[in-house]
Design a binder for this molecule. Structure first.
Ligand SMILES: Cc1cc2nc3c(=O)[nH]c(=O)nc-3n(C[C@H](O)[C@H](O)[C@H](O)COP(=O)(O)OP(=O)(O)OC[C@H]3O[C@@H](n4cnc5c(N)ncnc54)[C@H](O)[C@@H]3O)c2cc1C
Length: 391
């Protein structure tokens, strides 16, 4: 490890880190090095849920950073979340995704919950490890989330929810769910509800078997006559779709930071391997073709870093435009896929084997182009925001 700001930047600092940010990054990197990287392959292969690792990440104080200080949280911003997510995802994106899912699920409560709801629902997350899940997607409602069919029907001082959510991260392990359901079958009727684990009628359905991020739990969530007190409605009736979009606009920066972590890790692996691997009596790093690949990979990683922390700073400043987080998400996800693919190529046949880390990075990278809005949808959001002129 070198000295000075140039070396620091190569190791993953954003452009103008404060001393606090550097300290947080060192802590997160230590946790990734000690608690995550050594067990990443084991959890990937066993597909077990990494409870002990998440406990240690929680003990280190790295979960749910954006819960406000008056409720007992750290009261930090998207910038700090991105720092932590970049570092932890470099260790294992499947494990670090449990934190992203918490951010995603708790953000509706942060942006639209009353002070009483925030204190009652977010407070417990500051005291012990608790997981949360964000339930928007359904079988027929993916990119077109407004087409969701889960119904909410008012009954006295409660709502009754019926439906089925698909592909929900933490869906089988969460303590708290934010569920989007429509009152009248239209997007205008979509409303957000907080539902506690153990509520009658709420259950986890099938757990998915996935290409990558295998340490992450992805499950169906079944709502069968679930009675939710009106006090657990987050925001007003019909405000759910707007709340979901605002939430995704914020959490996409965190997702982008995870993709940056994967890309950075893959680049590091490729550089080290290219230095060591000898062919034609010299390290392959000295071959022009490999130099071209490493140069391109490094440029894209740095460009992702600028976009990720620019987006995080906009969010931390309270700006609500999705423009920068959509750019960061699409670019960093494409970069993760590109860089991980090139890393496999640089490893040659060894890159294709489970014994070397780039095979897992390649499998893990793909999902970042798909979830939290596909990269096609991000480009559509960027174009529409520009055309409307409201960036
Ligand atoms: C592992 C995993 C975890 C997930 N976690 C969660 C979660 O925690 N909570 C949650 O609510 N959801 C979650 N999702 C759902 C995820 O957000 C959706 O899968 C994603 O939004 C895409 O929806 P879809 O899969 O139905 O694809 P579709 O919407 O059917 O898309 C299929 C293809 O069509 C393209 N397409 C669709 N519409 C357009 C358009 N207008 N313009 C251009 N191209 C378009 C897409 O880009 C894609 O290539 C998760 C998904 C996965 C796989």
């Amino acid at each position: 490890m070198g000295e000075g700001s140039g070396a620091a930047r190569r190791e993953g600092l954003h452009v103008h880190p404060s001393e606090d940010h550097e300290e947080l990054r060192r802590l997160a990197r230590r946790v990734a090095d000690r608690e995550i990287r050594p067990v990443a392959a084991q959890y990937d292969q066993s597909r077990e849920f990494p409870w002990p690792v998440l406990e240690r990440i929680h003990t280190a104080g790295l979960f749910d950073l954006q819960i406000p200080a008056p409720i007992g949280g750290a009261g930090l911003t998207a910038v700090e979340e991105c720092i932590v997510q970049e570092e932890l995802a470099a260790g294992c994106a499947g494990i670090s995704l449990a934190l992203v899912a918490n951010t995603l699920a708790l953000t509706p409560i942060l942006i639209a919950g009353t002070p009483e709801q925030q204190s009652a629902l977010l407070g417990p997350f500051t005291r012990q490890l608790r997981l949360a899940a964000f339930g928007l997607t359904e079988a027929q409602a993916g990119s077109d989330a407004g087409a969701l069919k889960t119904r909410a029907r008012r009954e006295g001082d409660a709502y009754i929810l019926d439906g089925r959510k698909r592909f929900i991260t933490n869906g089988g392990v969460a303590d708290l769910y934010t569920i989007f359901a429509t009152l009248d079958g239209t997007p205008q009727g979509i409303t957000c509800f907080a539902v506690e684990r153990g509520t009658d009628g709420l259950s986890a359905g099938r757990e998915e078997r996935k290409l990558g991020i295998r340490a992450s739990n992805t499950s169906e969530v079944v709502l069968d006559g679930v009675r939710v007190p009106a006090a657990m409605r987050i925001g007003g009736e019909g405000e759910g779709y707007r709340i979901a979009l605002r939430t995704l606009g914020r959490s996409r920066a965190t997702i982008a930071a995870a993709a940056l972590g994967i890309a950075r890790e893959a680049l590091g692996c490729a550089v080290r391997y290219a230095r060591e691997r000898q062919q034609f009596s010299r390290p392959i790093a000295q071959l022009g073709a490999i130099e071209q690949m490493l140069g391109e990979m490094a440029m894209r990683v740095e460009a992702s870093r600028l976009l990720v922390y620019q987006a995080a700073e906009h969010i931390a400043a309270g700006e609500t435009s999705p423009l920068y987080s959509s750019m960061a998400k699409a670019f960093a996800a494409d970069t993760a896929m590109f860089v991980a693919g090139e890393a496999v190529q640089i490893f040659g046949g060894y890159g294709y084997m489970e014994d070397y880390p780039v095979e897992k990075l390649f499998r893990d990278a793909k999902i970042y182009q798909i979830f939290e809005g596909t990269n096609q949808v991000q480009r559509m959001v960027i174009a529409r925001t520009l055309v409307r002129g409201d960036e």
